[in-house]
Design a protein around this ligand. Structure first.
Ligand SMILES: Cc1cc2nc3c(=O)[nH]c(=O)nc-3n(C[C@H](O)[C@H](O)[C@H](O)COP(=O)(O)O)c2cc1C
Length: 193
């Protein structure tokens, strides 16, 4: 697959087959993605791959975080909702939690966050080339310190950047068209001050 094809044809996937992806394929993607640009060679990305029984624990932690954030009412409906979310999350074959150390220097923190985002896009494109779908998620539980601690991540030192839902796509959504570049791109090739 040409790079241009991967970039233009990739879609965020919301509906996955239940088939698990081999660790060797996943490791290949996450290893090649490390060629992302990274200032000072900090390579700030870390990954916890949650799958099989591990994803069941993850789903419970997500529900507990939603509960803490007052997402559920106190009635029967809440139990049904929780059950729906639990089943939905458990059907997704892989949840890759991506996190980074928080640099105390804000400028370096931003450089690291940018590098992790470049890394994630590499993961998305390399996955797409292998027929693997990804949904890049930044749900509110990623900012819940108790959620991080339950995963064994010290929330004062680390930022949870994203959860990547991964699996073979059952359905590929239609493209969401982009704003024409002429609306965004300004050429200045004469002195302008
Ligand atoms: C930083 C970031 C966070 C995102 N978080 C979510 C999310 O929480 N839930 C979701 O459904 N999609 C999320 N997305 C995916 C976007 O919604 C998606 O890229 C957009 O709709 C365009 O669709 P496409 O990727 O198929 O072109 C996120 C994307 C980025 C870059």
């Amino acid at each position: 697959m040409h790079l241009e094809e991967a970039i233009v044809q990739r879609r965020s996937i919301h509906d996955f087959k239940e088939k698990i992806i081999s660790q060797s394929s996943l490791k290949d993607v996450f290893a090649k993605a490390t060629w992302a640009p990274t200032h000072r060679m900090k390579q700030p990305w870390n990954i916890i791959m949650l799958q099989e029984n591990g994803k069941e624990d993850y789903a419970e932690l997500v529900l507990e975080s939603y509960e803490r954030q007052g997402f559920f009412s106190n009635d029967e409906k809440a139990e049904k909702m929780k059950d729906g979310i639990r089943k939905f999350l458990n059907k997704i074959p892989h949840h890759a939690l991506v996190y980074m150390e928080k640099d105390e220097d804000f400028h370096k923190y931003e450089e690291d966050y940018a590098a992790v985002c470049a890394y994630i896009q590499n993961v998305q494109l390399l996955s797409w080339e292998k027929g693997i779908g990804v949904l890049w998620m930044t749900s509110p539980y990623l900012d819940d310190p108790l959620f991080a601690e339950a995963l064994g991540i010290e929330s004062s030192s680390y930022k949870l950047v994203a959860v990547l839902q991964m699996g073979y796509p059952r359905q590929i959504p239609k493209p969401k068209l982009r704003v024409p570049i002429d609306d965004k791109y300004e050429l200045r090739d004469d002195p302008f001050i």
